[in-house]
Design a protein around this ligand. Structure first.
Ligand code: BT5
Length: 328
């Protein structure tokens, strides 16, 4: 744990009571002058920290910018996802950064956020709009104990964790559209891009990329997306604190990833099914070169969508796009 993270943990732990400089300095084994210079550093970053002789240091307000140490200071000490967190001001794509670091042996659970992405990626070569300071654009490095055909499980747990965290922090009611869309009132508010590097039978690492439109305004979306995309701020009618949401989401992801690592995917799948708007609906499945109609019946133990086609056959869908069809 870095000193900055420990100081933030102490400040948050003390809450309104405040914490004495001497107490922090003896707990961390560093001088009061060193603590003071870290407090100054935090103030420069926009943290409002009161310093008085009778109450010591008190955290009054935190900025909306992302700081790795601050996110880590709010996560449980025992965790896999978010063991280490890096924030970039700008990058091409956070999934790309995960790939590069994974090749150099970075440990599982590393998380990288970017305040903006210049080449944010969607699935199937599509792009993801990621303007500066308005969303949560991040990726997690995982080394999952899954075989390549089971990788849809990762998308399913991410959508479930995302939906839970959004509900907890904003009170909004998100819906999940298989496999990777989070919608509010029918408009897309977040998406998941799971990319893996696999050998024949084993996934060597995965980049789990998540994009959430937090405080975008309608004018932040290109005109063609305005009818189909939304943000939490637009839906809630007020800005949402990004780091509060980031912490809730990292906790939720850590819980759900632990569940699949111990083979309890079905538990997450049940929670997923409760919020999924795709199940029970007439859908059109779009594959690379063709599309067909059917009814979405269930997800199977590997996370694939089971479709009853018009001809009565059961098809297993692991990729491509699904659109909801009007009932005949
Ligand atoms: C996704 O793809 O929904 C996956 C999005 C994953 C983004 C994250 S951000 C962090 C990490 N790093 C990356 O480079 N990517 C991940 P897909 O289902 O293919 O949806 C892409 C389509 O959604 C685009 O073709 C647009 O139509 C639309 N779209 C693009 N940006 C959007 C936005 N910000 N909000 C809503 N819709 C958007």
């Amino acid at each position: 744990m870095t000193t900055l993270e420990s100081i933030l943990r102490a400040l948050r732990g003390a809450g309104d009571q405040g914490v004495a400089g001497t107490q922090v300095s003896s707990a961390l084994g560093i001088s009061r002058t060193a603590i003071w210079s870290h407090i100054q550093e935090l103030r420069q970053l926009g943290y409002d920290i009161e310093a008085t002789s009778h109450r010591g240091y008190r955290l009054l307000r935190v900025p909306d910018s992302l700081l790795g140490e601050d996110l880590m200071s709010q996560l449980p000490q025992e965790r896999l996802i978010g063991r280490s967190i890096t924030i970039y001001r700008e990058t091409a794509s956070t999934n790309l950064l995960v790939d590069q670091r994974a090749m150099h042996g970075e440990s599982e659970g590393w998380v990288v956020f970017a305040e903006s992405q210049t080449r944010g990626r969607g699935r199937l070569g599509r792009s993801w709009v990621s303007p500066a300071g308005k969303g949560l654009w991040f990726s997690v490095l995982l080394r999952p104990p899954l075989r390549p055909p089971e990788m849809t499980q990762l998308t399913v747990i991410s959508a479930t964790a995302l939906s839970r965290a959004i509900r907890q922090v904003t009170g909004l009611q998100p819906e999940i559209k298989w496999p990777n869309d989070i919608l509010i009132q029918g408009k897309k508010v977040a998406g998941v891009l799971t990319e893996m590097s696999a050998e024949t039978d084993r996934v060597s690492h995965a980049a789990l990329g998540i994009g959430i439109n937090v405080n975008l305004e309608a004018s932040d979306f290109p005109s063609e997306l305005q009818p189909v995309a939304t943000s939490l701020q637009i839906e809630k009618g007020e800005p949402i604190h990004r780091s509060t949401l980031a912490v809730a989401l990292l906790k939720a992801l850590d819980e759900d990833y632990a569940r699949i690592c111990k083979g309890s995917f079905q538990e997450v799948a049940r929670e997923w099914a409760d919020q999924c708007i795709t199940l029970g609906k007439r859908v059109r499945i779009h594959q690379l070169d063709h599309s067909y109609l059917g009814v979405a019946e269930s997800i199977d133990p590997e996370g694939a969508l089971m479709i009853r086609t018009e001809h009565g056959e059961l098809e297993r869908v692991t990729g491509g796009d699904v659109t909801l069809e009007k009932e005949p």
